[in-house]
Design a protein around this ligand. Structure first.
Ligand SMILES: [Mg+2]
Length: 424
């Protein structure tokens, strides 16, 4: 294997010191140092303009420059090249100033020891390489579309990228030192949710999940969050890295599709499929736990006449208005549905006959008071309701639906605008 070649520019006005450096570097076997020696900054400038070097070894007392200023000038001449300062004095304060002025490292002349100077050069090169690599990584993190946040082991933010600020509304300087949950917690997840998350993280596992968080302006957003614990060489967790993707649009679309799949577009009530599913669930619940549920079948009286006399647009108006009344009379556990045409049903879970009768009667009453304006005169309509009860003895939803339908037929036959119960 060919030895590695490292090109050094040695800026040193003392021939004796230059020789010392060359001798020290010659001792290293595995690296071939190619040293170009110049005696002043002016010559160094000239040679740097047309030749490439891996590193500059710099004496600070030169004929054309003195002290820290030498470093500052060289830093400008050799922008990305590591500079190792050769100093005559062993002075910590001065050395720190040298580093601040742009030196990568420093060595006391004559104090090179065996391989000392070569080692300092290798570290300086490695450090510059790592720094440029780190710069690349930071640039990538800053450019990422996902929010990225780095915390310490106590979840306090150390760094976050611009996408994190865009997502949450919190700038980096107001985020540092605070915990993400202090910034974006929405109270939409319960305590157990966070407990499970921390349980996995403290075991050293990655955690991934969907979460609703709150922006600085108070608005809520959905994010897909992945948190990875980072461990040191002893296996202790030192940091956490969180990657956040804004999935609000996807969630809204999912909700919209869900709504489209489950509801009747005209009235917004549940469709037949959902109604039958929920009916089956309720039957199962009664079978396990007992109790009753009521099923109301509703049919608008002489609805065909509305369409014929006032037109279909008015017919649709009536259906919508009626559906609003149905929705307003429903509890959140109820399942109001449009089964088709002017045929509606409401499932009232955990409800007995008396309570269902009250609901049905209020509904019937309010529908009879409904009035829709039309140039041919206001439209009025009534509803007939057939009711049946799901109980431990009648858990077959389909049969109970038929019972309610029979009761509806009786309500129609006995003059409409009334409620009839199926009698067992
Ligand atoms: Mg000198």
């Amino acid at each position: 294997m060919n030895p590695i070649i490292i090109r050094i520019l040695l800026v040193e006005d003392e021939a004796g010191d230059a020789l010392l450096v060359k001798t020290a570097l010659r001792q290293t076997q595995e690296i071939n140092f190619e040293v170009t020696w110049v005696e002043s900054l002016a010559i160094a400038k000239q040679i740097l303009s047309h030749s490439h070097f891996d590193l500059v070894l710099l004496d600070l007392s030169l004929p054309d420059s003195e002290g820290l200023e030498t470093i500052e000038i060289m830093r400008k001449l050799a922008a990305n090249i590591p500079i190792v300062v050769l100093t005559g004095r062993c002075d910590t304060n001065f050395s720190l100033l040298a580093l601040k002025a742009g030196a990568t490292d420093y060595m006391v002349k004559g104090d090179f020891g065996f391989d000392g100077l070569a080692r300092v050069i290798r570290y300086a090169l490695l450090r510059v390489e790592m720094e440029s690599h780190n710069k690349l990584l930071v640039a990538a993190l800053k450019a990422a579309g996902n929010g990225i946040v780095i915390t310490d082991k106590d979840a306090k933010i150390l760094w976050a990228n611009p996408a994190f600020s865009r997502l949450t509304g919190f700038e980096l300087d107001e985020s540092i030192g605070r915990k993400p949950n202090e910034l974006v917690k929405s109270e939409m997840q319960n305590k157990e949710f966070y407990q499970e998350m921390w349980c996995a993280l403290l075991e050293g596992k990655n955690w991934r999940g969907e979460i609703i968080n709150k922006r600085k302006d108070g608005s809520l957003y959905h994010e897909e969050l992945c948190i990875a614990p980072v461990k040191n060489t002893s296996g202790e967790i030192t940091n956490f890295i969180g990657i956040k993707e804004d999935i609000t649009d996807r969630k809204l679309l999912e909700e919209k599709l869900q709504l489209l799949a489950n509801t009747d577009p005209l009235t917004g009530l549940f469709n037949r499929r959902v109604f039958l599913e929920r009916l089956e669930q309720e039957s199962g619940r009664i079978l396990r736990l007992g109790g009753t549920a009521a099923l109301l079948m509703l049919d608008l009286d002489f609805f065909k006449r509305v369409n014929d006399v006032y037109g279909h647009a008015t017919g649709d108006e009536v259906l919508k208005e009626f559906s609003e009344i149905v929705k307003n009379h429903s509890r959140h556990i109820d399942v109001p549905a449009r089964l088709g045409g002017e045929e509606f049903a409401i499932l009232l879970p955990s409800t007995n006959q008396d309570d269902a009768q009250i609901v049905a009667e209020r509904l019937r009453q309010q529908v009879s008071e409904m009035s829709i304006e039309h140039t041919k005169g206001n439209v009025h309509i009534t509803v007939s309701i057939g009711a049946a009860l799901l109980s431990v003895n009648n858990t077959d939803g389909e049969i109970v639906l038929n019972h309610a339908d029979s009761a509806l037929y009786v309500a129609k036959e006995s003059g409409r605008n009334r409620i009839c119960w199926f009698s067992y």
